[in-house]
Design a protein around this ligand. Structure first.
Ligand SMILES: [Zn+2]
Ligand SMILES: [Zn+2]
Length: 259
């Protein structure tokens, strides 16, 4: 029983064979999936909500503006985001945050979009899904300045180190580990996964990106979260069933899903 807490089912590479993708996920033990409704226009933001509505009990959605698209966040998109965020199938706001690696949007625009989405999450009392790349200090600073702890949430696709995970947890943010943790060179990420308290650890694919070993380089999909779970259990010296159970329960708790 696994929960893929972060993937992009509305990506054409997954959407074109969604039924098969969902069947393979089920066969791999993936019971629930959160799909990320991130876009620079309202229509694509809502496509994630639509997927969740069509698959109750199986798919839940988020809505947000990715840091790459922060330059597109105007008042109209902001209002649409807030409206969509009230939908019961929407379990979080995001992904939002800072990406100073690609810098697809100017940094001040990323910061502003980040702060505005923290405000929406607090207003709607929903958790945040945080994307942070090459900006650990600034991400933590903004979470602190905006008192994001009131919303709490998830550091998704964890790619920092154990001290960052601890600092984020102090601010109310658990860490979600992707296929990166299976990569041989990702020693700092593996160490963080080992040190992370069991009740603050989630797993995700970030599909269609970042397939774990042994699928590295291929198109990722929710079924493959099983490889990531197995690797984390091995690193932690934990029973895979126990890890599956705790990460599943953590996801339900953080997303506020009742079963
Ligand atoms: Zn991301
Ligand atoms: Zn993502």
């Amino acid at each position: 029983m696994l929960f893929d807490t972060h993937c992009h089912l509305d990506d054409p590479r997954l959407l074109e064979e969604l039924d098969a993708v969902l069947d393979r996920a089920r066969e791999a033990g993936v019971r629930r999936i959160t799909t990320i409704g991130c876009a620079n226009d309202v229509a694509s933001m809502l496509s994630a909500v639509e997927l969740a509505r069509q698959h109750p009990g199986r798919i839940s959605a988020t809505v947000g503006v990715h840091p790459h698209d922060a330059r597109h966040l105007d008042d109209a998109l902001f209002d649409a985001l807030r409206d969509a965020g009230t939908d019961p199938s929407v379990v979080a706001i995001g992904e939002t945050g800072l990406d100073f690696h690609y810098d697809h949007s100017p940094r001040p625009a990323q910061e502003e979009a980040f702060r505005r989405q923290i405000a929406i999450a607090k207003e709607l009392k929903k958790p945040l899904v945080i994307h942070t790349r090459a900006a650990p200090k600034d991400t933590l600073r903004i979470l602190r300045e905006e008192q994001a702890k009131d919303a709490g949430g998830i550091i998704h696709c964890f790619s920092e180190d154990a001290p960052f995970a601890a600092a984020a947890l102090d601010l109310g943010f658990v860490s979600s580990f992707s296929g990166i943790v299976t990569f041989k060179k990702a020693v700092a990420v593996q160490e963080a996964a080992v040190k992370q308290p069991a009740d603050a650890l989630l797993i995700e694919t970030d599909a269609p990106y970042l397939a774990p070993i042994p699928r590295r380089g291929k198109r990722n999909e929710p079924a493959y979260v099983a490889y990531t779970a197995a690797r984390i259990a091995e690193l932690r010296g934990q029973d895979p069933e126990a890890l599956a159970h705790s990460t599943y329960e953590n996801a339900l708790r953080i997303f506020g899903i009742q079963e």
